[in-house]
Design a protein around this ligand. Structure first.
Ligand code: SAJ
Length: 418
């Protein structure tokens, strides 16, 4: 089959490679000239294990072309970003999706399949995409087939998960579902689950909303524990001995391009019926401020105003800082006049070594659960002005005996007298 993919980012590019590896003729399209140039030279532009090798193989097979414009195909797959809009409920910004659809419409012909993989607000396929295709003169489900097939891969494991995860295939009509299923069956080994397009949209959004709401509960518990002087981390550990309870972990906030974005799409689509989702977002976005207020108390009588921040990425063992609560905390601390020394072994830009960051500082503030932080070297803490450590991710397990270790379960011991 000839497939045009629009958007060669974290999802669109590996997806394109996968289809090319399975014998399809793929034309990968991106509006970014730098991306197109790099890929044309054979260099992959995103950091993802194994992807460069797979791309090499797809190129050897002769199945992958890169371009800045679409061309006639049998299937079109759209995987462009859908950020939040700057409105009251941070609704879903469909401008890139609409532009992508507009760019492929001139190449559509009877029998073609148009798939949206981008995460979209509920009812987008029905209320936005279908009318655009109808307006171009096609009858949906008869001339052109439309489906929403959300991706669910985890960065760092994309190549495996694209093939093995179950996929929701949401057709605008049952025939659309069947056509899309046939395409994905040629590459996916996981189950292909039929749904309506609207069900597929909302199920993808609710997966991430489920996690966001549960993290908010854990974060609220951390604050309650601080107020009542009860170790919230111990409480979570105890509660999770119950076979049907799974309290999540509190932290400095929720980052990334999914959990911190998707719940707003649901809330904006049904604002009167989503108080829980909206409150959860509010709790999670309050966490950087909470961590800063704890830090201010801990630094009140400190000998220096230097803080070593450990971890800028939004979660452990990745280099991604998008929507990272750590970046927000750094900005807030700097605005308060603290000298912030950043250390993140996965994020190269603007970071120091561990020892440089610690030197002369009065607090290590751990904001990401990188595995490098399980052990904090004695050499690093020896050069601190005051060996205090606040571990908001509960990741540090080994350190010098003189380090005063605090986490979100016990920090109240040290802040209550301030
Ligand atoms: N976090 C906590 N406490 C927890 C778990 C996570 O504070 O108990 C924080 C993390 O530190 C991070 C944020 O939440 O800042 C999000 O991390 P994550 O690993 O839960 O989510 P993402 O955004 O990296 O990936 C999610 C995944 N979705 C689900 O697990 C339901 C992934 O499978 C999806 O592919 C991805 O979103 C997506 O594309 O939507």
């Amino acid at each position: 089959m000839k497939i045009t993919t629009i958007g060669l980012g974290y999802i669109g590019f590996p997806t394109s490679v996968l289809f090319a590896m399975h014998g399809h003729q793929v034309i990968g399209v991106d509006v970014n000239r730098r991306v197109v140039e790099m890929l044309s030279r054979g260099t992959v532009h995103i950091e993802e294990p194994g992807l460069q090798e797979l791309y090499q193989e797809a190129r050897v097979l002769g199945n992958f072309q890169v371009s800045q414009t679409p061309s006639a195909s049998d299937a079109f797959i759209i995987a462009v970003p859908t950020p939040n809009r700057d409105d009251a409920y941070k609704s879903c910004d469909l401008s890139y999706v609409k532009a992508a659809i507009t760019s492929v419409v001139p190449y559509l012909k009877n029998g073609d399949l148009l798939i949206i993989e981008s995460t979209i607000a509920p009812r987008t396929m029905e209320d936005v995409v279908r009318p655009m295709i109808q307006a171009a003169g096609f009858t949906v489900g008869v001339d052109v087939y439309l489906a929403h097939c959300p991706e669910r891969v985890l960065p760092g494991n994309i190549a495996y998960e694209l093939v093995h995860n179950p996929r929701i295939i949401g057709g605008v009509t049952p025939v659309c579902t069947e056509k899309a299923k046939k395409l994905y069956a040629s590459v996916v080994q996981g189950a292909l689950i039929s749904a309506t397009a609207s069900e597929a949209e909302l199920s993808k959004l609710m997966e991430n909303t489920f996690r966001d709401v549960n993290i908010a509960l854990a974060n609220e518990l951390a604050k309650i524990g601080g107020d009542l002087q009860i170790d919230a981390l111990k409480v979570i550990e105890m509660a999770n001995y119950h076979p049907r309870v799974n309290l999540h972990a509190p932290g400095p906030g929720v980052g990334g391009h999914c959990l911190a974005v998707d719940p707003y799409f649901v809330a904006a689509a049904a604002p009167s019926f989503s108080p829980l989702i909206q409150t959860a977002r509010g709790i999670n976005t309050s966490m950087p401020h909470y961590v800063v207020s704890l830090t201010e108390k801990l630094m009140q009588d400190a000998p220096t105003q230097k803080i070593a921040v450990f971890g800028l990425a939004y979660k452990g063992n990745i280099d991604d800082t998008r929507e990272s609560p750590a970046m927000k905390i750094v900005a807030l601390l700097e605005a308060q006049g603290f000298e912030v020394a950043k250390y993140d072994p996965h994020v190269a830009i603007g970071c120091l070594t561990m020892k440089e960051a610690c030197s002369g500082s009065s607090l290590i503030l751990v904001l990401t659960d990188h595995s490098e932080f399980v052990t904090i070297s004695e050499e690093a803490t020896a050069c601190m002005a005051l060996p205090h450590l606040l571990d908001t991710k509960n990741i540090v397990k080994r350190m010098a005996p003189n380090v005063n270790y605090m986490n979100l379960g016990n920090v109240y011991h040290y802040t209550k007298s301030c």
